[in-house]
Design a protein around this ligand. Structure first.
Ligand SMILES: [Zn+2]
Length: 300
């Protein structure tokens, strides 16, 4: 049966088949159609998310590489495509990942219950130069390490770099609190009111929790010294109460080349960091969900 016309929404009875064409980018034969009402042509490809993409073969392998410590430039060299193609595909894959992750979180909730014990913390990175730092908040479920939300915000340089940064790049506003508030507003749709939060002793955390989750419990823990093998995120203590969040942050640093320590890779744009995180988070959550399902059905 023919599809409806995407141009004038004429019913499928008014649409006739109009031969095929061969799509080189993935070697498929695509059915073409003509609408008798508006005389426009369209095909099965018109309805695809990848409509008009020339390199659709790279989509899924690229998604995989971006979660395996490959930089954007190396990905371009790997696929023999331009950096621009990779940059555009990053945004496309990120939008797809955000949609898929939202569905996945609903699925996990339906299968394993509400996310009522969570931990969150900030990860510091930079865009273009260390003089322009970025703070990224990550919220994870305790024990399972399912990532429930993230946000990125520019912050001013601190410590020894503060004076140099101000002289070189001028004033840099701190958006971290505003962006964290926005993240928590979104989280009110996902987390129950009685959620238990566990964090370090950051000053803004009790404020933001109180505002969006007034009846939630909040436990704070003192920060500990980072270990080198854990990318500075895993701590040198016997039993870390914030292990879930610290381990997740260490994984981000290891699996995303732009977040690695002692590397010359760095984000160029804060929006692209946000996109890259969205792609990683979906792949991370999917892997954990698969493990949880396996464990659940083996136990039965
Ligand atoms: Zn039509």
């Amino acid at each position: 049966m023919c599809p409806e016309c995407p141009n004038c929404q004429a019913c499928s009875a008014l649409v006739v088949r109009n031969g095929h064409f061969f799509r080189r980018s993935d070697s498929r034969r695509i059915q073409s159609f003509r609408c008798k009402a508006c005389s426009k042509y369209f095909s099965n490809a018109t309805f695809s998310e990848c409509y008009r993409q020339k390199k659709r073969r790279i989509n899924e392998p690229l998604r995989d590489l971006l979660c395996k410590r490959v930089s954007l430039r190396d990905a371009a060299r790997h696929f023999h495509v331009s950096r621009t193609t990779i940059a555009r595909r990053l945004t496309f894959l990120a939008a797809q990942s955000r949609r898929r992750n939202a569905v996945l979180l609903q699925q996990i909730q339906a299968e394993f219950g509400a996310f009522d014990r969570v931990q969150f913390d900030d990860l510091i990175t930079a865009e273009h130069t260390k003089c322009k730092p970025i703070s990224s908040t990550l919220v994870v479920q305790e024990d399972t390490r399912i990532i429930l939300g993230h946000c990125v915000a520019q912050i001013p340089a601190f410590g020894l770099l503060a004076a140099i940064a101000k002289k070189k790049y001028g004033f840099r506003a701190d958006h971290s609190r505003r962006v964290r508030e926005r993240l928590f507003k979104q989280l009110t749709n996902l987390l129950p009111k009685y959620t238990t939060f566990r964090t370090d002793e950051h000053k803004h955390y009790p404020v933001v929790i109180k505002r969006h989750f007034p009846s939630a419990a909040h436990a704070t823990h003192k920060g500990a010294k980072g270990s080198v093998s854990g990318q500075g995120e895993l701590k040198k203590v016997g039993r870390d109460p914030l292990f879930s969040i610290n381990h997740s942050l260490a994984m981000l640093r290891d699996k995303m080349s732009r977040l690695s320590r002692r590397s010359w890779n760095l984000s160029k744009h804060i929006e692209r960091l946000d996109d890259h995180l969205a792609i990683y988070i979906e792949s991370h959550n999917r892997a954990i969900y698969k493990k949880m399902l396996k464990k659940k059905y083996l136990e039965i």
